[in-house]
Design a protein around this ligand. Structure first.
Ligand code: HEM
Ligand SMILES: Nc1nc2c(c(=O)[nH]1)N[C@H]1C(S)=C(S)[C@@H](COP(=O)(O)O)O[C@H]1N2
Ligand SMILES: [Mo]
Length: 379
């Protein structure tokens, strides 16, 4: 017969609320940072019709999404240590009496929701940041919905445990350990190892956004360099862009109702050129800054008398896929720093960076910085 373990079967003195309260505080901070920055990312990608996503600071999305992936990754070792530290509690038996059993079940249920949703967030986030999609469901909508469940369950958990956390946090970490029961690892040792693990994974991911750290960031996807110092996320071949369409036959089409204007790349070069230092800030957490040169989108929109408050549809030579077209909100379309870039670091754009021309706007998720732009359509 299978024996279900009991709480007493886990005698390690490392399993203590004095340890888990300390680890838990940092885990809570990581979840709070991830929740705020995650909602910022959601706002950037699903614009609120009442409150336009701002175009400043130009590095806002870069910092926010970098923090998101760093805080989310740092939460992984914290979560593992936290779960190990409370593992024995999964086998606690309720006291006798139906009321005690109901309270016990309610508490277990809230913990089950917290653990399941928390693990879901960490697992889906990590896979997405590594550009690995082993699931059928939509990453963005499920990661977003479960974030509210996880943070809701976390708030309930903290409210229920607030007294215990405060008390355990105030007590020195190891004064209640009987000397003869201590194993080779002390509670201080466990905490130090945990902080070391958090520091290691943070360094291993932070270089995806903090350029000088690139070389040490073994977890950072896209931490390598590309033309002009900017990594290439999806090449022209991967996006199935027909290379011949980027040659002399290329035209940029500007459409406003029945009014259309077509421009060759050489004609775009004749218009007023503007340079700006702007980052590509991928939603997956990596980012890199470059000096882009090209024509203001506002200058192009004036050629077809587009109204100031119009949103713009940006279409790519890429035929299929979620990034083939994007919508540029009016405040972005009219910003002085929103360019249709022709050059990066003074050189013609590389085909894989979006040649003949690509969108680059301030404070905008990388996924919306459309490459191989062929049409701007006033909506
Ligand atoms: C710790 C708890 C976490 C919370 C509460 C959280 C919350 C969120 C939210 C609300 C979004 C916005 C989704 C949307 O645009 O609709 C988001 C996006 C994202 N999260 Fe998390 N997240 C967490 C952990 C993680 C982790 C561990 C990683 C990776 C290591 C991660 C990576 C991402 C990525 C890459 C996106 C952007 C997805 C996209 O726009 O395509 N998240 N997160
Ligand atoms: N047409 C098109 N534009 C695109 C993409 C794409 O796949 N197709 N990828 C986007 C993503 S996710 C990012 S992060 C940036 C990356 O630009 P880069 O490859 O020039 O660094 O381009 C964006 N523009
Ligand atoms: Mo991206």
């Amino acid at each position: 017969m299978i024996q279900v373990p009991r709480e007493a079967d886990f005698p390690s003195t490392l399993r203590s609320s004095r340890v888990t309260s300390r680890v838990g505080v940092w885990l809570g901070i990581c979840f709070a940072v991830a929740f705020l920055t995650g909602n910022f990312s959601h706002w950037a990608q699903s614009p609120d019709p009442w409150l336009a996503f701002p175009t400043r600071p130009v590095w806002g999305y870069r910092v926010s999404q970098g923090l998101h992936v760093i805080a989310g990754t740092a939460a992984i070792p914290l979560m593992l240590v936290k779960l190990w530290g409370v593992f024995h509690k999964f086998f606690a038996r309720p006291e006798r009496g139906w009321k005690a059993i109901l309270v016990h079940l309610g508490e277990r249920l809230s913990i089950a929701v917290l653990v399941a949703s928390g693990l879901f967030m960490l697992a889906t986030g990590l896979c997405n940041a590594a550009q690995w999609y082993p699931w059928e469901f939509s990453f963005r909508s499920s990661h977003y919905a479960v974030a509210w469940v996880a943070v809701g369950a976390l708030v309930v958990h903290i409210a229920l445990k607030a007294g215990l956390i405060k008390q355990a946090y105030a007590e020195p970490v190891d004064t209640d350990v009987p000397p003869d029961t201590a194993g080779p690892l002390t509670r201080r040792g466990l905490l130090r190892t945990t902080w070391l693990a958090v520091g290691t994974v943070t360094l291993a991911t932070a270089g995806a956004t903090i350029t000088p750290l690139r070389k040490v960031s073994v977890f950072g996807t896209h931490s390598g360099d590309g033309p002009g110092g900017i990594p290439i996320n999806r090449s022209a071949v991967q996006a199935a862009v027909d290379k011949s369409a980027t040659g002399p036959d290329f035209r940029l089409e500007l459409v406003h109702g029945t009014q259309t204007v077509q421009l060759r790349r050489s004609e775009l070069e004749q218009l007023e050129q503007v340079s700006a230092e702007l980052p590509i800030s991928c939603v997956e957490g990596w980012s890199a800054s470059g000096r882009w040169t090209g024509v203001r989108v506002a200058t192009l929109l004036d050629l077809v008398d587009a109204p100031e408050d119009a949103d713009i549809r940006v279409a790519s030579l890429q035929q299929r896929g979620a990034f083939a077209t994007t919508t540029l909100q009016a405040n972005f379309a009219r910003d002085d720093l929103t360019l249709l870039a022709l050059k990066l670091e003074g050189e013609d754009l590389n085909l894989d960076h979006g040649f003949p021309c690509r969108l680059i706007a301030p404070n905008r998720p990388g996924v919306l910085q459309t490459k191989w732009v062929t049409r701007l359509e006033v909506l």
